[in-house]
Design a protein around this ligand. Sequence first.
Ligand code: AMP
Length: 112
Amino acid sequence: MSDCIFCKIVAGEIPADIVYENEQVLVFKDVNPRAKIHLLMIPKQHIVSLAELDESHAALMGQMMTLMPTLAQGQGLEAGFRTIVNTGKGGGQEVFHLHIHLLGGGELPAFG
Ligand code: AMP
Protein backbone atom coordinates (compact mmCIF):
# COMPACT_ATOMS: atom_id res chain seq x y z
CA MET A 1 0.00 0.00 0.00
CA SER A 2 1.81 3.09 -1.25
CA ASP A 3 0.06 5.53 1.09
CA CYS A 4 0.42 3.42 4.25
CA ILE A 5 2.84 4.96 6.75
CA PHE A 6 3.69 1.59 8.34
CA CYS A 7 4.36 0.03 4.91
CA LYS A 8 6.76 2.93 4.33
CA ILE A 9 8.53 2.06 7.59
CA VAL A 10 8.77 -1.58 6.47
CA ALA A 11 10.22 -0.43 3.14
CA GLY A 12 12.73 1.85 4.89
CA GLU A 13 11.24 4.90 3.20
CA ILE A 14 10.61 6.70 6.47
CA PRO A 15 12.66 6.28 9.65
CA ALA A 16 11.61 4.38 12.74
CA ASP A 17 13.35 3.32 15.92
CA ILE A 18 13.36 -0.42 15.22
CA VAL A 19 13.59 -2.74 18.22
CA TYR A 20 13.08 -6.15 16.58
CA GLU A 21 12.68 -7.52 13.08
CA ASN A 22 12.31 -10.87 11.38
CA GLU A 23 11.03 -11.90 7.95
CA GLN A 24 7.37 -11.36 8.79
CA VAL A 25 7.29 -8.95 11.72
CA LEU A 26 8.65 -5.52 12.63
CA VAL A 27 8.66 -3.85 16.05
CA PHE A 28 9.42 -0.17 16.54
CA LYS A 29 8.94 2.57 19.12
CA ASP A 30 5.69 4.51 18.99
CA VAL A 31 6.49 8.08 17.93
CA ASN A 32 4.03 9.43 20.54
CA PRO A 33 4.61 7.16 23.56
CA ARG A 34 1.75 6.84 26.06
CA ALA A 35 3.90 4.88 28.56
CA LYS A 36 7.57 4.59 29.51
CA ILE A 37 7.79 1.70 27.04
CA HIS A 38 5.45 1.94 24.06
CA LEU A 39 6.19 -0.27 21.08
CA LEU A 40 4.20 -1.18 18.00
CA MET A 41 4.40 -4.68 16.53
CA ILE A 42 3.26 -4.96 12.92
CA PRO A 43 3.15 -7.65 10.26
CA LYS A 44 5.35 -6.63 7.32
CA GLN A 45 2.54 -7.53 4.93
CA HIS A 46 -0.22 -4.96 4.71
CA ILE A 47 -3.22 -6.10 6.71
CA VAL A 48 -5.69 -3.32 7.46
CA SER A 49 -6.89 -4.46 10.85
CA LEU A 50 -7.90 -7.36 13.04
CA ALA A 51 -11.27 -7.25 11.28
CA GLU A 52 -9.65 -8.42 8.01
CA LEU A 53 -8.11 -11.59 9.46
CA ASP A 54 -8.98 -15.06 8.27
CA GLU A 55 -7.50 -18.52 8.78
CA SER A 56 -4.64 -17.77 6.38
CA HIS A 57 -3.27 -15.34 9.00
CA ALA A 58 -3.30 -17.81 11.88
CA ALA A 59 0.42 -18.66 11.81
CA LEU A 60 1.44 -15.02 11.46
CA MET A 61 -0.78 -13.87 14.33
CA GLY A 62 0.41 -16.78 16.45
CA GLN A 63 3.97 -15.78 15.79
CA MET A 64 3.24 -12.16 16.77
CA MET A 65 1.61 -13.10 20.06
CA THR A 66 4.31 -15.61 20.98
CA LEU A 67 7.01 -13.01 20.33
CA MET A 68 5.50 -10.77 23.02
CA PRO A 69 7.01 -12.38 26.16
CA THR A 70 10.58 -12.20 24.84
CA LEU A 71 10.03 -8.69 23.55
CA ALA A 72 8.58 -7.53 26.88
CA GLN A 73 11.43 -9.15 28.82
CA GLY A 74 13.93 -7.42 26.57
CA GLN A 75 12.32 -4.11 27.52
CA GLY A 76 12.55 -4.85 31.24
CA LEU A 77 8.82 -5.42 31.61
CA GLU A 78 9.07 -8.45 33.91
CA ALA A 79 6.39 -6.91 36.15
CA GLY A 80 3.89 -7.06 33.32
CA PHE A 81 2.68 -5.17 30.30
CA ARG A 82 -0.43 -4.19 28.37
CA THR A 83 -1.25 -5.06 24.76
CA ILE A 84 -3.86 -3.15 22.79
CA VAL A 85 -5.21 -3.65 19.28
CA ASN A 86 -7.49 -0.85 18.14
CA THR A 87 -9.72 -2.06 15.31
CA GLY A 88 -11.49 0.23 12.89
CA LYS A 89 -12.62 3.81 13.42
CA GLY A 90 -15.07 2.63 16.07
CA GLY A 91 -12.18 1.00 17.95
CA GLY A 92 -10.02 4.10 17.85
CA GLN A 93 -7.70 2.88 15.09
CA GLU A 94 -5.82 5.74 13.42
CA VAL A 95 -3.26 3.90 11.30
CA PHE A 96 -4.92 1.32 9.07
CA HIS A 97 -2.15 -1.26 9.09
CA LEU A 98 -2.66 -3.87 11.79
CA HIS A 99 -0.53 -3.22 14.88
CA ILE A 100 -0.30 -4.40 18.44
CA HIS A 101 0.60 -1.75 21.02
CA LEU A 102 2.92 -3.01 23.77
CA LEU A 103 2.86 -0.69 26.77
CA GLY A 104 4.51 -0.89 30.16
CA GLY A 105 6.93 0.53 32.68
CA GLY A 106 5.76 2.68 35.56
CA GLU A 107 2.10 3.11 36.36
CA LEU A 108 -0.42 2.46 33.61
CA PRO A 109 -3.83 4.08 34.00
CA ALA A 110 -6.66 1.77 35.03
CA PHE A 111 -8.46 0.35 32.04
CA GLY A 112 -12.11 -0.58 32.05
P1 AMP B 1 -3.86 3.41 16.58
O1 AMP B 1 -4.69 4.50 17.20
O2 AMP B 1 -4.01 2.11 17.30
O3 AMP B 1 -4.05 3.29 15.09
O4 AMP B 1 -2.37 3.84 16.87
C1 AMP B 1 -1.49 4.31 15.90
C2 AMP B 1 -0.21 4.61 16.61
O5 AMP B 1 0.79 4.81 15.64
C3 AMP B 1 -0.25 5.85 17.50
O6 AMP B 1 0.07 5.50 18.83
C4 AMP B 1 0.81 6.76 16.87
O7 AMP B 1 1.53 7.50 17.84
C5 AMP B 1 1.68 5.76 16.14
N1 AMP B 1 2.41 6.29 14.98
C6 AMP B 1 1.90 7.00 13.95
N2 AMP B 1 2.87 7.28 13.05
C7 AMP B 1 4.01 6.72 13.53
C8 AMP B 1 5.35 6.66 13.05
N3 AMP B 1 5.73 7.22 11.89
N4 AMP B 1 6.28 6.01 13.80
C9 AMP B 1 5.91 5.43 14.96
N5 AMP B 1 4.66 5.44 15.46
C10 AMP B 1 3.72 6.08 14.75
